[in-house]
Design a protein around this ligand. Structure first.
Ligand code: GAP
Length: 479
C-alpha cells in the first residue's frame, strides 16, 4: 500500500467557490499544500521507505513545531488562562469495560458497503446521493437498490450496508484470547470521565469546571483521506465542562462561540469558518445537541471541531456500570446531582492543517511568485531566521550566531547561509518565519542589524541590543 502523496510540484489554480453562495477555499488544490508539506518537512507519509501505510502521517521538523505551537495555543486558552479548567493526561489503553459502558462497542460504527467487483469499501453516507440520510436509512437493507447506489470507483454493484466498528483492538498480556481483548481509545474524552472524581477531589474544583486533555486517538476509518484530514491515528484536543443541568444550554452556546473565536484569533479567515448544527437524526448516541465548527477546506466545508451537549449520559452510565458514586454535592444548595457535560472536541491534526491551508498565499513580487505562509507568529515553526549578508566574513557569521543563540533561549530561531539573501528570504517566507534578521558589513561598524517583516517585506534597522526586545514585543503583541 502506498500512501498518496502529491506531486512535488504543482501549478496552483485560482481558488474558486463551488457554488454561487459558497466561499472560495484559501487554496484551490489540496496538492499545493501536500507538496509544500513534503518539500519543506512539515508532513511525510508514514513508513515511506516501505511504500507507506494508509492513513498515517508523520510530522517532520517544521510540522512538529507547528503542531506543538497549536497545541500550546489551545492549552493556553483552555487551561492556562482559566481558573475553572485543569489538565489531564490519561492512558491510551483503558479497561475494556469503559468502551462497553460508553456505547462504543455497540454503537461506534459506520454503515459500510462493499463493491463486488473491486472489493473496495465505502461509508454509505459518503456515497453521492446518500449524504443526507438518517442513521436508520443508512442501514436500510434496501437503500442501495432504492437510491441506485454504485461503486464510485468502477461503477460496480454494492452490497447491502453492514456495520463496521471503528475501534482498533489488541490484546493485553501474553495470552491472545477474548479475556485479554482491549481497545486503542477512539477518543480522549472517556479518560476524562473515568477520572472525573479523582480530578475533582484533588483539585477541589466546584462546578462549573472543566478537564482538558490532548492526546492520540485511533479509528479504523473506512474511508480515510484528504491528507491529514481523516487519519487512522490522530490527535484530539478535548475539554469536558461539567455543569449544573440548568446551566448546560447557556454553557453550550458560550463554548461554541469561544471556540469559534479561538480559530479567528489565530488568523483563520472568518469567511471560511461557519457553524453547522446537527439535525436530530444525525446526533451521536451520546449527544443532546451538537454543533460543528466547519472550515472551507479545498475539498469542501468539513468539520474542524465538534461542540457537544452530552447531558448526564457519560457520568450516569459510568456510575451505574462501575458502582462508583459520580454525583456532585453542591454545599450552597445542598443538592446532589450527576453533572451534565458540555464537550469541545478539536482535532490536533485538523487544526494545524487548517492554519496551514488558511495561511497560504501566492503573490507577484517583481515579476516572480512569492509563496508566503502568513501564519500567526505564535504558530509559526521558527519565529526568527538570522542571515549573514556575507558568509565569508567570520565577524558577520559570529555576530549572527550570537544573536541567534541569545534568541534561542526563548524562541525557535535558525541560522542559514546556504543561498543568496533573496533565496533565503523566500525560503523563510514559504515556511512562515515572521522575521528575518540580516547582519551586514555595516552592522560591524554601527552595531545595528536589519529586521525584515515577512508580510509587508519592510525592513527596519535596529540596534543589536534592541533585537531581543523588538522580537519579543511583537511576538507578545501578536496574541
Ligand atoms: N469526543 C467526541 C469526539 O470524538 P468527533 O466529532 O468524533 O467527537 C472530534 O471527533 C474531532 O476529532 C473532530 O472534529 C476532528 O477534528 C477530530 N477527528 C475525528 N476523527 C478524526 C480522524 N479520523 N482523523 C483526524 N482527525 C479526526
Amino acid at each position: 500500500m502506498r500512501a498518496t502523496i502529491g506531486a512535488m510540484t504543482s501549478t496552483p489554480q485560482a481558488a474558486v467557490a463551488h457554488e454561487a453562495d459558497d466561499v472560495a477555499p484559501a487554496v484551490a488544490n489540496l496538492e499545493t499544500i501536500v507538496s509544500l508539506a513534503k518539500r519543506r518537512g512539515f508532513v511525510f507519509p508514514s513508513s515511506e521507505i516501505y511504500g507507506g501505510i494508509n492513513a498515517v502521517w508523520d510530522y517532520g521538523p517544521l510540522g512538529v513545531e507547528l503542531k506543538n505551537n497549536v497545541k500550546r495555543a489551545w492549552w493556553k486558552a483552555m487551561v492556562q488562562e482559566r481558573d475553572d479548567i485543569v489538565g489531564l493526561d490519561a492512558g491510551i489503553l483503558m479497561a475494556p469495560q469503559v468502551w462497553v459502558t460508553s456505547g462504543h462497542v455497540a454503537e461506534f460504527s459506520d454503515p459500510m458497503v462493499e463493491c463486488s467487483t473491486d472489493r473496495r469499501r465505502f461509508r454509505v453516507d459518503e456515497l453521492p446521493g446518500a449524504e443526507d440520510l438518517s442513521p436508520a436509512e443508512l442501514m436500510d437493507p434496501g437503500i442501495v437498490a432504492r437510491l441506485g447506489l454504485k461503486c464510485p470507483v468502477d461503477g460496480g454493484p454494492l452490497s447491502a450496508p453492514r456495520r463496521f466498528n471503528l475501534m482498533f483492538q489488541t490484546w493485553m498480556g501474553p495470552v491472545q484470547d477474548d479475556a485479554s481483548l482491549i481497545y486503542l481509545r477512539p477518543e480522549t474524552a472517556q479518560g476524562i470521565y473515568v477520572n472525573f472524581k479523582n480530578v475533582r477531589e484533588t483539585s477541589r474544583k466546584k462546578l462549573p469546571f472543566g478537564i482538558a486533555q490532548i492526546g492520540k486517538a485511533f479509528r479504523n476509518e473506512i474511508s480515510p483521506g484528504n491528507f491529514v484530514f481523516r487519519m487512522r491515528e490522530f490527535e484530539q484536543m478535548e475539554m469536558q465542562y461539567f455543569v449544573h443541568p440548568a446551566a448546560a444550554a447557556e454553557q453550550f452556546e458560550a463554548w461554541r462561540d469561544r471556540r469559534m473565536a479561538w480559530y479567528e484569533g489565530y488568523g483563520v479567515s472568518k469567511s471560511r469558518l461557519r457553524f453547522r448544527e446537527h439535525r436530530a437524526a444525525e446526533l451521536a448516541h451520546y449527544a443532546k445537541r451538537a454543533v460543528d465548527v466547519e472550515y472551507r477546506f479545498p475539498f469542501g466545508w468539513k468539520e474542524l471541531e465538534g461542540i457537544h451537549s452530552r447531558g448526564d449520559f457519560d457520568l450516569s452510565r459510568h456510575a451505574a456500570a462501575s458502582g462508583e458514586n459520580l454525583e456532585y454535592f453542591d454545599p450552597a444548595t445542598e443538592e446532589h446531582y450527576i453533572p451534565w457535560i458540555v464537550e469541545t472536541s478539536a482535532g490536533g491534526d485538523r487544526a494545524p492543517f487548517t492554519f496551514l491551508i488558511d495561511a497560504y498565499r501566492e503573490e507577484e513580487v517583481r515579476g516572480e511568485t512569492r509563496v508566503v505562509l502568513a501564519l500567526h507568529p505564535q504558530l509559526a515553526p521558527y519565529k526568527v531566521a538570522v542571515l549573514p549578508l556575507l558568509k565569508k566574513r567570520p565577524e558577520i557569521v559570529e555576530l549572527c550566531h550570537r544573536i541567534k543563540s541569545d534568541l534561542q533561549r526563548d524562541i525557535m530561531a535558525v541560522y542559514d547561509d546556504t543561498a543568496s539573501i533573496g533565496k533565503l528570504y523566500r525560503r523563510q517566507d514559504e515556511i512562515g518565519t515572521p522575521w528575518c534578521i540580516t547582519v551586514d558589513v555595516e552592522s560591524l561598524e554601527d552595531g545595528a542589524v536589519t529586521i525584515r517583516d515577512r508580510d509587508t517585506m519592510t525592513q527596519e534597522r535596529v540596534p543589536r541590543e534592541g533585537v531581543r526586545r523588538f522580537i519579543m514585543d511583537r511576538l507578545s503583541g501578536a496574541g
